[in-house]
Ligand binder design. Structure first.
Ligand SMILES: Nc1ncnc2c1ncn2[C@@H]1O[C@H](COP(=O)(O)OP(=O)(O)O)[C@@H](O)[C@H]1O
Ligand SMILES: [Mg+2]
Length: 416
């Protein structure tokens, strides 16, 4: 087809010449002066034209159409060459490849970004209490990995391990906030039932119920590819669900099951949290504090023994071990959680408003219950007793309260 069009273009001048001859002949016959000997040929040509008027009209039309098609084809073909000479190469890409697809893929390539790790570490430490070493390490890792611009891999796959209620989930939230990235929070306990649970995250294959809706993870990463993906309590997810993340971490994409679309994970940060192997990890952390490579190896072994698949552990860039909270840090976290709970009722705590005895009692209880319990559980228990007085204060139009002990139970006292 292309060669026919090219040939037609070359015939175009001839077509115009023939049309001109016909036009001049007709014109001369009707209005033109006599040109002696030529009159005879003019009349003959005119008779020929009249006799085969339809055929000639069709031939002329076909000629015109192919000539014009050839002309435009040639113009398009030359466009890239012309533009290339002027130094703009994108039109050549239009001609020789799929420019839009190329641009799309280029946009998904991670850019090297430089952040101030000192500033990030400070910001994290000011929010996450008692985990300074983790915050420093996390900030340094993020800085290095953002600047490294790895092809086809997420910015990082980080495992936060440690006792419950020590700030693992909270650190992931703070990290997203400080980096001004969207947090995609998945509670992995929801995916414990079996491999099929993964359809919620990655979509449903065609032909099955629900195949018209995207998976929660694929849809969210398609919209915000640079999100912080928090896989909270990853050890609770079925091992097949965990393995579904391997392409995300190894190859830099996930596949949406409903339409097979590949969605890039190369700008995302994956944060996994786990309460598994807490005691062993603590001991290992203390024993190998000065040898990060050895620490990583022994921590990986401990997590493998607690049930993680080796291929999942192999893809984790760094394991951060959280310390159990101790001393006044327990009081700090407890006070913060009480504040958060009260804010949930639309109230604030008046300055210095938490009775120290309440915090002391909670610290004692926490110590007695050990690492398996978190301050969160204690504050939840406190909420049971304080809730009514909070609602009452709110109803009476107060904006602030103090948290005090009355007849052995915790209550809110309205404050001006
Ligand atoms: N180290 C900490 N610093 C500040 N707040 C904390 C810390 N640990 C826990 N908290 C508070 O307790 C809540 C629950 O902690 P969380 O991060 O969910 O614990 P984990 O994920 O380690 O079980 C957080 O939302 C936060 O308010
Ligand atoms: Mg958590």
């Amino acid at each position: 087809m292309k060669s026919i069009l090219a040939a037609a273009t070359r015939l175009m001048p001839l077509a115009f010449l023939l049309m001109a001859v016909v036009f001049v002949a007709q014109f001369m016959l009707q209005h033109g002066p006599s040109v002696g000997a030529l009159d005879h040929y003019v009349v003959k040509l005119s008779e020929l034209l009249n006799r085969h008027a339809w055929i000639i009209a069709i031939l002329a039309a076909v000629f015109c159409i192919t000539s014009f098609a050839g002309y435009f084809h040639e113009r398009r073909r030359n466009a890239g060459v012309h533009v290339a000479k002027t130094g703009v190469i994108m039109d050549i890409l239009d001609r020789l490849t799929n420019r839009q697809a190329l641009e799309g893929k280029l946009a998904k390539e991670p850019e090297a970004v430089f952040i101030d790790s000192e500033q990030l570490a400070q910001a994290l430490k000011s929010r996450v209490i008692g985990q300074d070493a983790v915050c420093d390490d996390m900030a340094a890792q993020i800085r290095r990995r953002l600047a490294l611009k790895q092809r086809g891999k997420p910015v990082g796959v980080f495992m936060l391990a440690g006792p419950p209620g020590t700030g693992k989930t909270y650190l992931a939230k703070c990290l997203a906030a400080e980096l001004q990235r969207k947090l995609l929070h998945f509670d992995m306990t929801q995916f414990s039932a079996g491999a099929h649970a993964a359809t919620q995250l990655f979509g449903t294959s065609k032909g099955y119920m629900g195949s018209d809706s995207y998976g929660k993870l694929t849809a969210a990463l398609r919209d915000t590819p640079d999100a912080v993906v928090l896989l909270d309590e990853i050890e609770k997810a079925h091992s097949e669900v965990q393995k579904n993340f391997l392409t995300a971490w190894n190859d830099g994409f996930i596949t949406e099951a409903s339409d097979g679309q590949q969605i890039s994970t190369s700008s995302a940060i994956f944060v996994l949290t786990t309460n598994a192997a807490t005691d062993t990890l603590q001991a290992l952390q203390a024993a190998h504090a000065n040898d990060p490579d050895e620490l990583r190896r022994v921590c990986t072994n401990a997590l493998r023994e607690s049930g993680f698949a080796p291929e999942v552990l192999n893809r984790i860039d760094r394991i951060f071990v959280f310390k159990p909270l101790s001393g006044l840090d327990i009081a700090r976290v407890t006070a913060l959680e009480i504040e958060l709970m009260i804010q949930g009722y639309g109230l604030a705590i008046v300055e210095g408003g938490i009775d120290p005895d309440i915090l002391l009692e909670m610290m004692r209880r926490q110590k007695k219950l050990g690492a398996a319990s978190s301050t969160r559980d204690l504050v939840r228990a406190a909420e049971e007793s304080i809730a009514d007085t909070l609602i009452e204060a709110k109803q009476r139009g107060y904006a602030k309260v103090a948290v005090v002990s009355r007849n052995g139970s915790i209550v809110a006292r309205p404050e001006r």
